[in-house]
Design a protein around this ligand. Structure first.
Ligand SMILES: [Zn+2]
Ligand SMILES: [Zn+2]
Length: 92
């Protein structure tokens, strides 16, 4: 992985969030971020540095996804219970 210098306006890359000298690009949105504005996150076996904006975004999208999964599981169980009840009622 090499750094892409797309917007070369100055020699030192600046943090996209606070404007301080950046240390590297965000693994998610590839915006240059400084040490204060990035968060280390574990993605599988690799350690990624993502900016605080992406970290907040991810945190927001992760919660409803989990809730949806739990809801789907609960509905599935309810459906199975209903099916079992109906099957027992039919066979009687
Ligand atoms: Zn910064
Ligand atoms: Zn980012």
């Amino acid at each position: 992985m090499s750094l892409e210098l797309r917007e070369v306006g100055e020699d030192i890359p600046r943090c996209a969030i606070c404007g301080a000298p950046a240390v590297g690009p965000c693994a998610s949105c590839h915006a240059m971020v400084c040490g204060d504005c990035c968060v280390l996150t574990e993605g599988g076996v690799e350690l990624h540095a993502i900016c605080v904006r992406c970290d907040r975004k991810k945190g927001r999208t992760l919660a409803p996804a989990w809730r949806g999964l739990l809801l789907a599981g609960a509905l599935l169980l309810a459906g199975l219970a209903l099916y079992a009840a109906l099957a027992l009622g039919l066979f009687r």
